[in-house]
Each structure stands twice: as C-alpha cells, then as structure tokens.
Design a protein around this ligand. Structure first.
Ligand SMILES: [Mg+2]
Length: 164
C-alpha cells in the first residue's frame, strides 16, 4: 500500500526533463508546482532557461499554478510574474488549506491534478493528503542543474526509513 510519504512518481529527474506526453498519458491536465528547489535554486533569482522553456511548453497542455512555502511574496510574485503563472506564497505545505484552496480554484478533477516538488515532507505529503498525484523531482542548484547530493532529501528518507 502506498503511504503518505510515497510519491506517485519519483522521477529522479529535474523538472525540465519531465516529458509532457507522459503526464498526459497519466491523465494529468493541471500542475501545481513548487518554486524553490523545483523551478529555481533557493538562493538564486535567475530562472534557468531550461525551466522557462519547459514552463512555456507546458502551458500549451496544462493549467499551471505555483504553490510555494516561501514567506516572501516579493520573491514568489516576481518569479510568478516572469513565468506568467498564478501563485500562492507562504503555503505552509504539508498543511492542506492553501493547496486545497488552489484545487478548488482551478476546478480540475482531482484525478487530473499533480503536484510537482523537490521535498517529501512538504510537497509529496500535501499532495497525498489532498488526494492528488505527486511527482518528486531533483532539486536545482545555483547553476540550474540538478544537485548531486540533496541532503534534505537524504535526511527525509532516513527519517522515513526509521518511522516506517
Ligand atoms: Mg522546494
């Protein structure tokens, strides 16, 4: 049985290597996307070109929404504006409230919604709690490439190992 910490799809890929046709085959048509680590490095303000291209292509097929735990509206609104996507900041994932508000707002069938993020304890858990699909992606470094050693994910996996 899948538990609350298990991603529907642990892609082991950076977001920009996710093939859109695979998502479509899975019946997905709405994407809720985490920001820091997923679209851009947490300490960077430059969105990698590979991410911009992926987002632009995605818009042709999916309804997109950014859901960030970052409390800085200034940072998240700037990124959202640049990508021209609706957003929520300070979303308090894995709490459900904000994510559920978005699910209601986008009016998609929950079966056709996926959340994409780089963390288990926030993105994956909130998605599972809201009964939507969950996709784990590799965290992006300052150079826009996936980081080789993701300590956060390692610690999360270690905790999960001990509590399971
Ligand atoms: Mg993140």
């Amino acid at each position: 049985m899948r538990s609350i910490v298990d991603a529907y799809w642990d892609s082991k890929l950076p977001i920009y290597d996710i093939t859109l046709s695979k998502l479509q085959k899975d019946g997905i048509n709405c994407l809720l996307i985490d920001v820091d680590g997923t679209l851009i490095n947490r300490k960077s303000s430059k969105i990698p070109n590979a991410v911009k291209n992926w987002i632009n292509e995605s818009k042709k097929f999916f309804s997109l929404y950014l859901i960030s735990n970052n409390p800085s509206e200034k940072r998240i609104s700037k990124i959202a504006k640049e990508l021209e996507i609706r957003y929520k900041f300070n979303a308090l994932k894995p709490r459900k409230k904000v994510t559920q508000d978005v699910i209601r707002e986008i009016k998609c069938d929950s079966k056709s919604i996926a959340i994409i993020g780089d963390r288990i304890f926030t993105d994956i858990i909130v998605g599972n709690r809201c009964n939507i699909k969950t996709i784990l992606v590799k965290r992006l470094g300052k150079d826009g490439l996936p980081i080789k050693l993701n300590l956060t994910l390692l610690i999360e996996e270690l905790i999960i190992f001990f509590i399971k």
